[in-house]
Design a protein around this ligand. Structure first.
Ligand SMILES: [Zn+2]
Length: 354
């Protein structure tokens, strides 16, 4: 034991986050406060910077509480000893200084939150746009293959769709993909059995599309409905909605990290974890954009431009509302959407040559 430790008072020590307490003694070593358990030699249970410790004000005979930065707490009834030590070491003034400091500290905290808010509002969207622009195809492919692998392990199983049906859907899909700006080569359609996510379809940022058997079944033989949904997913890829969404989420994780200190590997998880991707639904604006692209591509390919609207109606009619991870939960607002889809289809069909 270091002999230059100065004894302040004896009392009880509460470990961080625990209501348990043990007899202990509070010692000081210049500006460091040290707590040792009574009768224990060896390492102290708590070593703290005085500047970061909070000493409660003296109120009658109420035991003084000294809260340490590590979350532990020392309590003593020996108020006189604490005051004596504080006065003798000129620390009472120092503690008051800290108390007067508080309004300014509050100001600093508010400023940090304001700054974080501004970053979120302005800098993150700008950075997201830049990131989307400079992301090389190899990176989106890496994200997509990681995501699909995760989903295949956790959720999906092999499609039970007849080969002939797959070929038929693929052929129709190719026609629509061919009139999109990425062209047929820009897309890779995958069939899967959806497991817990049921009727669903989604697009990964590199143009990997997945459609589940359950969604195909729901369309009940209406090929245009299926292709309309896939065209909607093409819309998400063309406008890079998923990539933006992922970067926004990763940016959020970064901001939280900045404020809270640490969120582990959340950023990386968001970029490669399928479950995270699935839980990110697009904004209403992005959904409307994807709907319009579906209408346009379907019309261009000579298919029913209103098919995506009919599909949403079918979804709402067949699936119990809300709750699950279905396509409906990430694509809400059927009535308004159908109206917008029909309106857009009317303008498209009304314009010759499109
Ligand atoms: Zn969508």
């Amino acid at each position: 034991m270091a002999s230059d430790d100065m004894r302040i008072a004896s009392g009880r020590w509460h470990p961080p986050g625990s209501s348990r307490s043990e007899p202990a003694v509070l010692l000081a070593k210049s500006l460091t406060l040290v707590v040792r358990l009574e009768g224990h030699v060896g390492d102290p249970v708590s070593v703290n910077d005085l500047a970061r410790a909070e000493i409660s004000a003296r109120v009658g005979r109420i035991p003084r509480r000294i809260s340490f930065a590590d979350g532990s707490l020392f309590e003593t009834e020996d108020n006189d000893a604490v005051d004596l030590w504080l006065n003798r070491h000129g620390q009472a003034g120092f503690v008051h200084e800290l108390e007067r400091f508080h309004p300014r500290l509050l100001g600093v905290v508010l400023a940090i939150f304001l700054l974080a808010g501004l970053i979120y509002r302005f800098a993150v969207p700008a950075l997201v746009e830049v990131a989307v622009l400079v992301t090389p195809p190899a990176v989106t492919q890496w994200m997509a293959s990681g995501t699909l692998l995760t989903l295949d392990k956790a959720i999906f199983s092999e499609s039970k769709l007849l080969q002939s049906r797959q070929t038929e859907i693929r052929a129709a899909f190719d026609q629509v993909a061919a009139v999109s700006s990425r062209g047929r080569q820009g897309y890779n359609l995958n069939f899967r059995a959806g497991g817990v996510i049921g009727p669903n379809a989604f697009a990964l940022p590199d143009g990997t599309l997945v459609i589940t058997d359950e969604l195909i079944e729901l369309a009940d033989g209406d090929l245009d409905m299926i292709i309309g949904v896939l065209a909607h997913e093409i819309g998400h890829v063309e406008r890079e909605h998923s990539l933006r969404q992922l970067y926004r989420a990763a940016g959020m994780a970064g901001l939280i990290m900045l404020i809270a200190g640490d969120v582990g590997s959340a950023g990386e998880d968001i970029l490669t974890n399928g479950a995270a991707l699935m839980s990110l639904s697009h904004s209403r604006g992005a959904e409307n954009e994807a709907d319009r692209i579906s209408v346009e591509l379907m019309a261009k390919a000579g298919r029913d431009p209103r098919a995506i609207g009919r599909f949403f109606a079918r979804l709402e009619e067949k699936l119990p509302a809300g709750g699950d991870a279905s396509f409906l939960s990430t694509h809400p607002g059927t009535a308004e959407r159908r109206q917008a889809i029909d309106d857009h289809a009317r303008t498209i069909v009304g314009m010759p040559g499109t």
